[in-house]
Design a protein around this ligand. Structure first.
Ligand code: AMP
Ligand code: TRP
Length: 330
């Protein structure tokens, strides 16, 4: 039995990018790996790396819990929990900070990007965030970590830290492997197709949120930025808008990009966008229905309580071993 683990930050309503880069892949893996155990959590401590409105944060945490289930995660072999409810993340996060080098953190492209965009003070937590992420993973001895492309660099660092720890203190951690989805590893903004679709984007016209009005979603797809070439062909460099829509279509339908190219040969952008909009809206509609059931169900809290107990149990045992190896405490 292997452990598959992943998390999402509750910094807003999850987007189509989160869905295709992460959530949909979690469900697919869960269906394929029935013998393995899934630890999926809400990374609320990570959300605090940038300023949050406390009320909104609370509601985003709950929304994300309900969404995890609404997209189809099966509670049977799932430990669903909220990161901050398991204090060991913070302890191991600190230990990882003692292990990671400044230079390694400075090389993280997400940090460099965010630092550039942020007008007011950049918190030190934003800088040390990959150490906490490594702790999230190593605490549970996860073998597989499904994430989108933007998280691969952080995952590499988690591997480095696991190896460094094992080398210094003896074999303790499993060195985790990242799993990227086949398609949808990076969904870009519909208005700005060279940028990642991000729930914290300033302009929401290019971003599709899983809980927004279905007509609005259709409109956003139909007004996605394309090019003047008029040909449905995958070319990220010269046709980023159309290529992004093709990626979305492929990830939604399970079709290969090549198949989409031949299916839409000679077809106009308008018709293609219409089809993309339909396939997206159809799937999101189903998710929204299930979301409404989960968000109002007392079973959600029951699952979160069970998840917390289970995660605490595993984390507590692991921390005992770690303290012993590192020699701090009594
Ligand atoms: P975040 O919203 O940054 O907490 O990301 C949660 C998960 O969604 C991570 O696995 C990311 O790699 C994935 N993700 C976020 N945005 C995108 C995107 N635009 N395309 C693909 N995957 C994404
Ligand atoms: N850093 C991830 C993100 O922003 C979320 C995350 C936190 C995560 N801890 C994790 C993902 C551990 C996988 C494993 O998307």
């Amino acid at each position: 039995m292997k452990i598959v683990l992943s998390g999402i930050k509750p910094t807003g309503i999850p987007t189509l990018g989160n869905y295709l880069g992460a959530l949909k892949n979690f469900v697919k893996l869960q269906n394929e790996m029935k013998e393995d155990e899934f630890f999926i959590f809400v990374a609320d401590l990570h959300a605090l790396t940038v300023p949050q409105d406390p009320k909104e944060l609370r509601s985003h945490i709950r929304n994300l819990c309900a969404l995890y289930l609404a997209v189809g995660l099966n509670p049977e072999n799932l430990t669903l929990f909220i990161q901050s409810e398991v204090k060991e993340h913070v302890e191991l996060g600190y230990l990882m900070q003692s292990l990671v080098y400044m230079g390694e953190l400075e090389r993280m492209t997400q940090y460099k990007d965010k630092k550039q965009k942020q007008v007011e003070g950049v918190s030190s937590a934003l800088f040390t965030y990959p150490a906490l992420m490594a702790a999230d993973i190593l605490l549970y001895d996860a073998t597989y970590v499904p994430v989108g492309r933007d998280q691969m660099q952080h995952l590499e660092l988690a591997r480095t830290l696991a190896e460094r720890f094992n080398h210094r203190f003896g074999d303790t951690f499993i060195v985790p492997q990242g799993i990227e989805p086949k398609q949808g590893t990076k969904i870009t903004d519909l208005q700005n197709p060279t940028k990642k679709m991000d729930k914290s984007a300033e302009n929401d016209k290019g971003c599709i949120y899983l809980l927004e009005d279905l007509n609005k979603i259709k409109k956003k797809i139909k007004s996605a930025v394309t090019d003047l070439d008029g040909c449905i062909r995958f070319d990220k460099e010269n046709k980023p808008g159309i290529s992004n829509l093709m990626t979305i279509y492929a990830a939604m339908s399970g079709m290969e990009i090549k198949e989409i190219e031949s299916k839409y040969q000679g077809c106009g952008y308008k018709e293609f966008k219409e089809d993309v909009a339909n396939i997206v809206v159809q799937e999101i509609e189903g998710i929204q229905k299930k979301y409404q059931e989960w968000i109002h169900s007392p079973q959600l809290d029951e699952l979160l309580d069970q998840g917390r107990e289970k995660a605490q149990h595993v984390a507590c045992k692991k921390m005992e071993v770690i303290r012993q190896k590192m020699g701090y405490g009594r």
